[in-house]
Design a protein around this ligand. Structure first.
Ligand code: ZN
Length: 323
């Protein structure tokens, strides 16, 4: 497969990333347009400590993010401060959230145990054949070296940030959310895409539904999704509707003897057609089919075939990526 610049508008055609304050000393770093490989990150700024939530897909994007972190630390009233200890938490293994970890060599990198294992096994994610126009930059794997299973509390000065893994595969096997109870701010990683199609190929449909219930139990007021604009809990409900839609399509298609790709092509996306990257339906249905056949959440699946099916669903065109 070849790709041209016409297939892939360059990232300078997108609005620039920006830091958006969501609570006192808490910022979402929003990267438009939130498409493939264009993630959000977060910043929690204390007097003595700064916590970054995720890095970015490429060297250039991560350096731009770190410039914003430095800029916040140089704001009026911040002058003369001693250098802050840096922590970086990864919300999951995917390269758009972890490829840039190596650019924070002084940071304590935190994540789920299986996030560490995945990065150790897979290295820098730089998919061949799909997104060759992307300038990934000089990157090397830097997995989390403080890991946990279910919950870890970190403090940015006196501000508690709870890191939770909900005990199930969902978007991946190692999803972690960062919850700031004092401000009711929740960084969800890719458990939530605002405006984008949910993507559960490497995790679980049923597990994602469980994880969304756990998100709602926290009772967040502000949600910083893994991709897309800052939002409220209504976006969690919308994601749940899409996941139940997947389960219905898969169950019906299994009865009719369709393949995941055939089922995707015949499906009426209805309101979900307005979400970006509708081609994820083909990958999501491969996971939903596997669950119909008894696969457990996060069981290994043929990702390469699923990606080829998403390209086929997309009319053979490469998946848009402006990272
Ligand atoms: Zn992801």
């Amino acid at each position: 497969m070849t790709s041209t610049s016409r297939d892939h508008p360059r990232s300078h055609e997108l609005p620039p990333p920006r830091a958006q304050q969501v609570a006192e000393r808490v910022y979402a770093y929003i990267q438009p347009d939130g498409g493939w490989w264009i993630n959000n990150t977060g910043i929690v700024l204390g007097e003595h400590t700064v916590l970054c939530i995720d890095s970015c897909a490429t060297e250039r994007r991560t350096r731009a993010f770190l410039e914003v972190v430095d800029g916040l630390q140089r704001q009026p009233g911040e002058e003369g401060q001693h250098r802050r200890a840096r922590m970086l938490v990864n919300t999951h293994q995917h390269g758009d959230h972890t490829n840039g970890n190596c650019l924070l060599p002084d940071a304590t990198i935190i994540g789920h145990r299986r996030c560490r294992e995945a990065i150790q096994a897979l290295g820098i994610l730089r998919p061949d054949g799909l997104w060759e126009h992307v300038e990934w930059g000089d990157l090397e794997p830097a997995p989390p070296f403080v890991t946990f299973e279910h919950r870890l509390d970190v403090y940015v000065d006196d501000l508690l940030v709870e890191l939770h893994h909900f005990g199930t595969a969902a978007h991946t096997t190692n999803d972690v959310v960062a919850w700031i109870p004092e401000h009711r701010v929740l960084f969800t990683g890719d458990l939530v895409f605002n405006g984008g199609t949910p993507f559960v190929l490497m995790g679980s449909v049923a597990g994602s539904l469980l994880a969304l219930d756990c998100l709602m139990e926290l009772d967040p007021a502000v949600i910083v999704p893994g991709h897309g604009e800052v939002c409220g809990p209504e976006v969690v409900d919308a994601a749940g509707e899409y996941l139940r839609f997947l389960q219905e399509i898969a169950a019906e298609a299994k009865r009719s003897g369709l393949t995941p790709l055939e089922a995707a092509r015949r499906a009426d996306l209805g309101p979900f057609a307005a979400l970006t990257h509708p081609e994820r339906l083909a990958g999501n249905l491969r996971r939903a089919f596997a669950e119909c056949e008894g696969a457990r959440p996060g069981d290994p699946i043929d990702v390469a075939t699923a990606i080829a099916e998403m390209v086929a669903f997309n009319g053979g065109r490469p998946l848009t990526c402006q990272a």
